[in-house]
Every structure is written in C-alpha cells, then in structure tokens.
Design a protein around this ligand. Structure first.
Ligand SMILES: [Mg+2]
Length: 372
C-alpha cells in the first residue's frame, strides 16, 4: 500500500471569535492510498499555519513539508514514518505547529491501518481495557456566577456527572473565581466533580490562593494556572496546593511531560492527541506516567476526529477517569461526522468500527470549508 496524496482541508465557522475555543477553525487531514483507503486525522492548531507545514516543498534535509516527504510511502509503517517526520523537520519542528501536523497525520495512519485490517485502533494496540468512559462537560466560563451556575445545572440535567468551566472571565480576581466555584458547588451538590481551567497563566500567589481556596469546594483539579514553561512555579504550587493541579494541553512530544512530572510535581497531565504527536506518542507519555502514579486525562476540545482518537487512547491506558467532551453547540463539534459522539448519562462508548470508527459528514465539511 502506498500514500498517493495528503489533503489538508480547512473548515471554519463564519464568525471566529477571540474566545478560548480551539474548535472554530481547524485542519482536517485526509491521507489517500492506492488501495482506495483514506485515513482521517486532525491537527488541533491554527489551520493556515498547519496547511503550510503540510504542503511546504523541500527546503533542506531537516526542513521539509510533510506531504512531499510521505508521498509513495507505505502508510502502515507508522513507527518508521513518525521517526522520519521528526527527523526531516528537526530544524523548524520538534515542538509547536509541526508536531500538531505530525499528530494529525499519525492519527490518519492509524485510521488507515485499522480500516485495512478491519479492526478498531485500540485492538491494533493490544485491546481496550474498558468499553466506555465517563465524560466531563467542558465549557467556557460565563462572566457571572449566575451564568456559571445555570450552565453547570444544564450539564447536570443533560446527564453529566462532572463539569469543567474554563477561560472566559476567569483569572482577573482569585477571590471572585473561588467564590464562583463555591456557589456552583452549593448549586450542584456534593456528587458532581467540578474542574476549573484558567486558560491563561495567573501570578503564582494567585494560583497558590486558588489551589488552597478551591479545596474547600472539593475541586477535582485546577488546570493551567501557570505557564507550562514555569516549572519552578509548578514545583512551588504543587508542593502546597491541596487541590490537584493539571496541565499539558499546549505541550508537544513526550519530553516536556518528563519535566512537568519530575521538576514541576504534576500528578495530572493532559496531552492533546492532535497536538502532542498522535496516538502512539500519547501512549508513550502514559507509559511514563503510570508507574509514577501520575494520571493522564487527555485534553480533548475539538471535533469528533479528536474525540474518537482520544477515546481509543483512553481505552488503552490503565487508569483514565474522564474523557473531556466539548459541551458547546459548535457545529464543527456536533456535526462533523455522520454519527456524532454523544454522552448518555455522562458516559461515552469507545468506538468499535474499523480504524477511528467514524465517518466524516461531507455536507458539513462542504458548508464550512474555507480558503483565505
Ligand atoms: Mg484547558
């Protein structure tokens, strides 16, 4: 089997806003083969930048676009092609957008292998340890406590047993943020898990205050209160915060996760499968984390391509309490595949069809397809 073409398809909502929603404008990757099988992937990043990474012609032996590199290769050689992509982009790659695109291609290669063997991806990797996983509703934080309470109650009524609010108006005033979480806790009662995602870093003193104040409200984790580069800050925060601290969605490759755990003291890490390097790289991170008692709860806020890839990973890792599920009504999240992935009573099934186990809704793609 040979790769004949790699398509980068940009889709975009008619109005993209400056909010913490990375699912407004995305790059879908289709890897085509000479046997009629097409693999689907997603690079969870800025699509125009990632399309350039995909299509750029050869610049030097260590600086090339990925499509010219992969045409003619056997898509089933996933490990070899992963190493090749890293090696031949090492001058301008290794982190950031190049890794995001490598992730999207890697997901598509697994999809091809699964379709070729008529097996779900998790079975190719030894079989899922579970057939379903609880999902937490992941949503943007409203500006007011009343709005946040209403949203949390809506998600509880929809069946979720856990809710995360993030970005939005958070981060300006730690006392206000902690008070809002206290009001949500009183409204939803003791049985719902609550997470808080700051999105942008706050001052270390602010983060320490939140880590201590949120414990009173039994918060499941406090996400990204500091920059992922601030390892010494994380070390100080994790040493004193009774609320678990989580981070990792902006990191790429396994290497930063070693630092976050060993130097930053993180006990919950959140690699994004469509950014970090793909399915196998996320599993490598999980293999590092598991014997150290560190939990991997993948970041997953994008289309059902990423949700499906993440579910295969969650099926495989030994201990993963939650799928993050974008609970907004964004049509790129809710209508991109023919059988959208939904929660029922707060539970999502691990896909069992060949490959990723999803099919793209070409009507939705045609409607939102974008070229600048
Ligand atoms: Mg986040």
């Amino acid at each position: 089997m040979r790769i004949t073409d790699i398509e980068g398809i940009m889709v975009r909502l008619p109005e993209v806003q400056a909010i913490g929603d990375g699912c407004q404008s995305i790059l879908i990757i289709k890897v085509h083969t000479d046997e009629g099988i097409t693999g689907i992937g997603e690079a969870h990043t800025n699509p125009l930048v990632s399309k350039a990474v995909l299509e750029a012609p050869l610049c030097s032996i260590s600086s090339t676009g990925l499509k010219p590199l992969l045409i003619g290769e056997d898509p089933r050689d996933i490990n070899r092609l992963y190493d090749l992509m890293l090696r031949r982009t090492q001058t301008y790659g290794r982190r950031g957008a190049v890794m995001h695109v490598i992730s999207g291609i890697e997901i598509a290669l697994w999809d091809i292998l699964g379709k070729a063997l008529n097996q779900p991806i998790h079975r190719l990797l030894g079989g899922a340890r579970r057939d379903r996983v609880p999902a937490y509703a992941s949503d943007l934080a409203p500006e007011t406590a009343e709005g946040a309470i209403a949203l949390a109650l809506d998600h509880r009524a929809a069946g979720y047993k856990a809710v995360k609010l993030g970005w939005g108006g958070l981060g300006g005033n730690p006392r206000k943020d902690a008070a809002m979480i206290g009001e949500i806790r009183r409204a939803v009662g003791p049985d719902m898990d609550i997470m808080l995602d700051m999105g942008f870093p706050v001052a270390l003193e602010h983060a320490i205050y939140l880590g201590q104040a949120l414990a009173e409200h039994d918060v499941y984790f406090l996400e990204e209160p500091l920059s992922p580069d601030d390892l010494s800050g994380f070390a100080r925060l994790t040493a004193v915060s009774p609320t678990p601290i989580a981070t990792g969605e902006k990191e790429t490759s396994r290497y930063p996760f070693i630092d976050l755990v060993e130097r930053g003291g993180l006990r919950i890490i959140q690699p994004d499968v469509a950014r970090v390097g793909g399915i196998a790289e996320t599993l490598r991170i999980a293999s590092f984390a598991e014997p150290r008692g560190v939990r991997v709860i993948p970041h997953c806020w994008s289309t059902d391509i990423l949700v499906a890839a993440t579910l295969h990973v969650i099926g495989l890792i030994k201990d993963c309490p939650y799928l993050e599920l974008n609970a907004t009504t964004n049509p790129l999240r809710t209508r991109l595949v023919t059988s959208p992935i939904r929660q029922v009573d707060g539970i999502v099934g691990i896909p069992n069809g060949p490959g990723l186990g999803i099919e793209l809704d070409e009507g939705t793609i045609a409607r939102y397809r974008w070229s600048p």
